[in-house]
Design a protein around this ligand. Structure first.
Ligand SMILES: Nc1ncnc2c1ncn2[C@@H]1O[C@H](COP(=O)(O)OP(=O)(O)OP(=O)(O)O)[C@@H](O)[C@H]1O
Ligand SMILES: [Mg+2]
Length: 485
């Protein structure tokens, strides 16, 4: 694969910068090695500018096996309907694994897609590995890609739809046609494989479908012309769609579309189990944190030197900030939803701090500025701790004795970054002497959020700013309203 082609294609069709193209060139230079190593077809796809489609910019074919791609596909456009894994990985920044993808070229492959990111953790391209899977299938190879009865199908479906046999050959669904005596006159390759597996018969063409697949009897008996049925046969979960084709009220034939959803149903069950287990883990994390907090409170009641009190309180607040994240996850209406709403989290963490300092006359204002921010629990824990430290500092240090004032927590975002501002109109910061609190903030911002923490000079009070990149773990929706509290 020539790197010049990659460079030219990226320059013409994408919005990638020079440095980003360089990243892709580095990846592309190793493609052949991985293609040979895994006996897989490797590609790099990039999103095209002003378009919802992607373009192939690099490829490598294994030199050891029969080619499934006869010609180079570099420069070809990729459509979402054919390669959803590519677009999924692009949008979410996550790995996609598709057991059976039918490529634009009509090949059945096992496809793995991983995102390639720039130094700001934004997805700039995806790396695809494709392996043909017919060779792994247990079904006799003589059934491969065989279908019969194209002429009958065309005849029943109106004669001129020449694409139908081709389309049905590409379908993963089983596509069968029986005539008015219920004899099997057409089957696509998936159907041939399915019936051969169920019946162990070689000759199925023109056989009575109800002798081949007796479980269809009730579906054929049913009077409706169009009918969808959920069936379980031989531990297989099937969705059967029946369409009677008639001409002038006379039955011409019956079209059956059968979807084998066994794997899907198993995965659904596994997912359901997984989300129950994850919910349970969140519960336990929350309960364990509450136990730790109770133990600390117990210790505090047992008496200790007055000067230690502040350390216990700080620690309790930190534990409370983390447990707030789990409380919010558990309050999500959808059990699978693990996202944390950062505005809600900010309200929860900072209003508790202000309530605890009931002697202080401080107004807390939280401004979302139209941002609805959702993050993973990992990022949310860091953000909760950062907000805890900075709001706590304003409460503790900005308003000594009876001084009244405001603490404003405000969120701003642009395409790439989220900014968290914490202002107070208190006494302002003297010579900064960083202690554990600010050290925690510095560390979390830098290491967990890949961001930056600074103080902005102001005439009165203190103004802290945390900036970090928006990534697949930090999603922002724009709303109109401000949330004040
Ligand atoms: N909003 C603020 N207004 C005035 N002074 C502040 C403000 N925030 C921080 N400071 C000053 O910066 C110092 C360092 O803050 P830092 O959070 O690191 O430590 P701390 O609050 O004293 O103790 P802890 O480790 O428990 O947080 C504080 O002691 C305080 O003097
Ligand atoms: Mg502090």
């Amino acid at each position: 694969m020539s790197e010049t082609t990659l460079h030219q294609l990226c320059q013409i069709y994408t919005e990638l910068t020079f440095d980003e193209i360089k990243v892709l060139e580095d990846v592309a230079s190793t493609l052949q090695l991985y293609a040979d190593l895994n006996n897989a077809y490797m590609f790099i796809d990039c999103m095209m500018k002003d378009s919802d489609q992607a373009i192939v910019v690099a490829e490598a074919f294994p030199r050891t096996s029969e080619a499934i791609y006869e010609n180079s596909v570099v420069g070809k456009i990729v459509f979402e309907s054919f390669e959803p894994g590519v677009f999924y990985s692009y949008r979410t920044g996550k790995k996609s694994l598709t057991n059976q993808a039918v490529t634009q070229e009509g090949k059945t492959v096992e496809q793995s897609v991983i995102p390639i990111k720039n130094n700001k953790h934004q997805v700039i391209a995806v790396l695809i590995s494709e392996e043909e899977i017919y060779k792994h299938m247990p079904i006799s190879s003589s059934y491969k890609n065989v279908s019969f009865g194209q002429e009958e199908l065309k005849e029943v479906l109106g004669g001129h739809s020449r694409e139908v046999p081709l389309v049905s050959d590409l379908l993963m669904e089983i596509f069968l046609l029986t005539d008015k005596e219920d004899r099997l006159t057409y089957s696509n390759p998936a159907g041939v494989n399915f019936i051969s597996e169920m019946t162990q018969l070689d000759k199925i063409q023109n056989q009575n479908i109800l002798e081949l697949l007796p479980f269809l009897q009730s579906i054929y008996d049913f009077k409706e012309d169009v009918f969808v049925f959920d069936l379980t046969v031989d531990r297989k979960n099937l969705i059967v769609k029946k369409i009677r084709v008639k001409e002038k009220e006379q039955l011409k034939g019956t079209l059956l579309i059968i979807q084998d959803v066994t794997e899907l149903r198993t995965k659904e069950k596994e997912l359901m189990m997984k989300s129950v287990v994850i919910q349970e883990i969140h519960h336990r994390v929350k309960n364990n944190l509450q136990t730790v907090a109770s133990l600390l409170r117990l210790q505090m009641r047992k008496g200790f030197p007055e000067e230690s009190k502040v350390y216990f309180e700080d620690t309790l607040n930190r534990i409370y900030s983390i447990s707030s994240v789990y409380e919010l996850i558990l309050s999500n209406s959808n059990a699978d939803d693990e996202d944390v709403n950062i505005i809600e989290l900010t309200k929860k963490v900072s209003s508790t701090l202000v309530l605890n300092e009931y002697l202080k006359k401080v107004n807390l204002i939280i401004e979302s500025n139209g941002n609805k921010i959702l993050t993973t629990s990992r990022k949310a824990v860091s953000i909760a701790l950062i907000i805890n430290e900075l709001v706590q500092n304003s409460l503790k240090h900005a308003f000594p004795e009876d001084v009244e004032g405001d603490i404003i927590v405000s969120f701003y975002s642009n395409k790439d970054f989220l900014e968290l501002h914490i202002f107070d109109n208190g006494v302002g910061m003297q010579e900064p002497k960083s202690s554990l609190g600010l050290e925690i903030v510095h560390n979390l911002v830098l290491n967990d959020l890949n961001g930056e923490f600074r103080y902005v000079p102001v005439e009165q009070g203190t103004h802290a700013v945390v900036t970090f990149p928006i990534s697949s773990e930090v999603i922002i929706y724009h709303e109109k309203e401000n949330i004040n509290s």
